[in-house]
Design a protein around this ligand. Structure first.
Ligand SMILES: [Zn+2]
Length: 254
């Protein structure tokens, strides 16, 4: 099983050696486009590769954790739906509304209601996806619906939290699904904030971490990336030191 980092918070999980199908893939937040923003866009060559994989039905399911442009681009999703009208898309109410506005005929769109309190479980070929609602990090984004994704695939348990606020409830709910998480693939503040680390240490058992969603180096004026790395390497609290996802396009063996 591999994780293909497609840029910013984007990741494709590819599971091989599945009985009937050979392999299966699922993409999370793979289309980022926010010109002039703090976070990098999905590089054009990777965007083209994603569209090609979608056309060839190597990638048949996409998840968008929330509507922010550094995670989701409705125009790119519309293009993907032209490549494969059967592409399955799972996301929040607002994201699905924006896709429908561009592609009213799209058939396989699933919106998780913002009012949903329970886990939403979706069975996919070779994997099982569990989703729940959380609050987005940063007080000014507290009203943004964000989906936390828990994936059972390739005999491992993965957590991809989108931009979830690193609070007690996040880790409690993830731990209720599985205390042991083989891979946390998430934004760097989850491991870079001491308050978040304390909660992780209290509620979860983490195997490995792939830290993603770093600002563009020229926009990182406050040194967020460097500070996060320093904290991760010196905390001495038993949590794994993350792999830093600095190179879009890189594939990681999970
Ligand atoms: Zn966001």
């Amino acid at each position: 099983m591999t994780a293909w980092h497609t840029g910013n918070a984007g990741v494709v999980i590819l599971v091989t050696n599945i009985e009937e199908k050979g392999c299966a893939a699922i993409g999370f937040d793979v289309f980022a486009k926010q010109p002039g923003g703090i976070y990098p866009d999905t590089p054009e060559a990777i965007r083209q590769e994603l569209l090609r994989d979608i056309r060839k039905k190597k990638l048949e399911t996409l998840v968008f954790t929330h509507e922010h442009a550094d995670h989701f681009c409705p125009e790119d999703v519309a293009e993907a739906l032209k490549m494969n009208p059967d592409l399955r898309i799972i996301s929040t109410e607002e994201t699905i509304r924006r896709i429908r506005a561009l592609e009213p005929e799209a058939g396989r769109l699933t919106a998780v209601a913002a009012s949903e309190q329970k886990y939403r479980v979706v069975s996919l070929p070779g994997m099982r996806l569990t989703l729940f609602n959380s609050i987005h990090m940063g007080d000014r984004f507290a009203d943004i619906q964000n989906l936390v994704c828990l994936l059972d695939a390739g005999g491992k348990r993965l957590m991809l939290p989108g931009d979830a606020r690193p609070e007690k409830l996040l880790y409690e709910r993830a731990a209720a699904w599985s205390k042991k998480i083989d891979w946390l693939i998430g934004p760097f503040p989850l491991m870079g904030l001491p308050s978040s680390r304390r909660l992780i240490a209290r509620y979860m058992e983490l195997g490995h971490v792939l830290a993603i969603h770093f600002p563009r180096p020229d926009k990182d004026t406050e040194g967020w990336r460097k500070n996060a790395q320093h904290i991760c390497e010196t905390a001495d609290d038993g949590l794994p030191v993350p792999v830093f996802g600095d190179e879009p396009g890189k594939r990681y063996e999970l």
